[in-house]
Design a protein around this ligand. Sequence first.
Ligand SMILES: *[C@@H]1O[C@H](CO)[C@@H](O)[C@H](O)[C@H]1NC(C)=O
Ligand SMILES: *[C@@H]1O[C@H](CO)[C@@H](O)[C@H](O)[C@H]1NC(C)=O
Length: 124
Amino acid sequence: MTPLPVFLVMLLLISGSSMAAAPSCMDVGLELAPCMTYLSDEASNPSKVCCRGVKSVAKQSKDKKDRLAICQCLKTFASTAASINSSRVAHLPHKCNVKINVPPISAHLNCSKSLSLDWATYYG
Ligand SMILES: *[C@@H]1O[C@H](CO)[C@@H](O)[C@H](O)[C@H]1NC(C)=O
Ligand SMILES: *[C@@H]1O[C@H](CO)[C@@H](O)[C@H](O)[C@H]1NC(C)=O
């Protein structure tokens, strides 16, 4: 029997246990890990697994507090993964047909400021 990829197993575990709280960086990181090839310019389009992760993260961003938490996670990833193309972060939801606007997140982004500008809610 082929073992499931580790991140999938962890996603399954996590999706059962994190229903109400603001999304944790671990959730966000696991959901978006499959997006790294797109975000770092290796692949020209995000994969289906990546888009499922984006959708799931979007669903978890119900209010400003959630979005702030997600923004700060993404910012942390952007500062640790040198190769992230921040304009691709902003394009990602659109590429996945997810209705959420994400600012072009980089290590220097001020999350509070950009959230007050335009981090639209997810409808549906
Ligand atoms: C970042 O991604 C955008 C959109 O895909 C692309 O036009 C741009 O060339 C990329 N930037 C770098 C530095 O690769
Ligand atoms: C981020 O922006 C907010 C709102 O404009 C501001 O109050 C805060 O001082 C800024 N933080 C940093 C680290 O620049």
